[in-house]
Design a protein around this ligand. Structure first.
Ligand SMILES: [Zn+2]
Length: 314
């Protein structure tokens, strides 16, 4: 009996050791993948160094691009208890909008300013790593050729994205994909909305030089020199999906140039204005109410196929 117990204990220890070794190996592999991506980012963007990216200590969000590159994320906890709110900041949805990635790195240096630290932040500098890092020059779409900002679930997705794409003469840069959330990057983003339940989303693009807003009224009148100019909602866009359907305010910052960064002064002013608006406008009651109905709204948006078959994990 004693011998059997000893053997069982030995087997258990061996299995725990194996599990621990596998976990270490996996985390080493993840660290290497993050390092590699930081090197690629630093070599691609004039305004971001490899060191700066490594120092930011991004974690693996669990999200992957089509080719398996990690979607980097930094979680910045709030200094106030409880947090004033939760904010999701997203750069680089379109791979060829370089400034929309670089500015996130600049803002990461300013997190102690303008009361930004009263919020909990999830910061995603580059949603579309394949578009930015695997091509020369970089491309707008992901590795399947899909415009990620047309692949989010919105009402009557099939008909409306198709009609929209036709109006744009089937421009390959605006290909919405075969189904809502057909892409690993959008699946990760949507799941992040579902689990983090942000009270506002700040999404950075270029080069239209305006500020757009979707969601429960109203958006900031200006952020730095960018003035509010409602562009309208597109089928499959983040503004439509998160802002209109899920009632999460989405501030879309369209920087004036894809390849030229705003000045340091302007970058700071933008950060100040964003945080001033967040300070006085979130969380909105409409957002809290819609958070509680997240899955019900999803089912309305995607009755076919149901949630499980498109790979959203709880
Ligand atoms: Zn864009």
């Amino acid at each position: 009996m004693q011998r059997t117990t000893r053997i069982a204990a030995l087997l258990l220890t061996a299995s725990l050791l194996l599990t621990a070794t596998a976990a270490v190996a996996q985390s080493d592999a993840t660290d290497r993948a993050i390092d590699k991506e930081c090197h690629r980012i630093g070599h691609k963007l004039g305004s971001v160094s490899v060191r700066q990216c490594l120092r930011a200590q991004f974690r693996d969000s669990g999200g992957r691009s089509v080719t398996g590159q990690p979607i980097l994320e930094k979680i910045i906890p709030s200094r106030s208890q409880p947090a004033r709110g939760r904010i999701l900041l997203i750069g680089g949805t379109h791979g060829d909008e370089y400034s929309a990635v670089s500015i996130v790195f600049r803002w990461l240096k300013m997190f102690h300013r303008y009361h930004a630290d009263q919020f909990e932040w999830h910061v995603v500098p580059l949603l579309n790593p394949d578009g930015l890092l695997l091509h020369r020059p970089s491309v707008r779409m992901n590795e399947h050729g899909v415009d990620l900002n047309r692949n989010m679930p919105t009402p009557d997705w099939q008909q409306r994205t198709r009609a929209y794409w036709k109006r744009h003469h089937f421009d390959p840069r605006r290909y919405p994909g075969t189904a809502p959330l057909s892409e690993p990057e959008t699946r990760w983003l949507y799941n992040e909305m579902r689990t983090f339940k942000p009270h506002a989303i700040v999404s950075i693009h270029a080069p239209y030089g305006v500020l757009d807003f979707d969601g429960p009224p109203r958006g900031p009148r200006h952020v730095g020199r960018l003035h509010l100019h409602l562009i309208g909602t597109y089928p499959g866009s983040l503004g439509n999906s998160a802002g209109v359907q899920h009632q999460i305010p989405v501030i879309t910052v369209e920087l004036p140039y894809a390849g030229i960064m705003p000045s340091h002064r302007e970058t700071r002013r933008m950060w100040r204005d964003l945080n001033r608006w967040l300070d006085t406008h979130v969380p909105k009651p409409e957002t809290l109410e819609a958070h509680a109905r997240f899955d019900a709204i999803t089912e309305q948006l995607m009755p076919h196929p149901p949630i499980k078959t498109i790979g959203i994990t709880p």
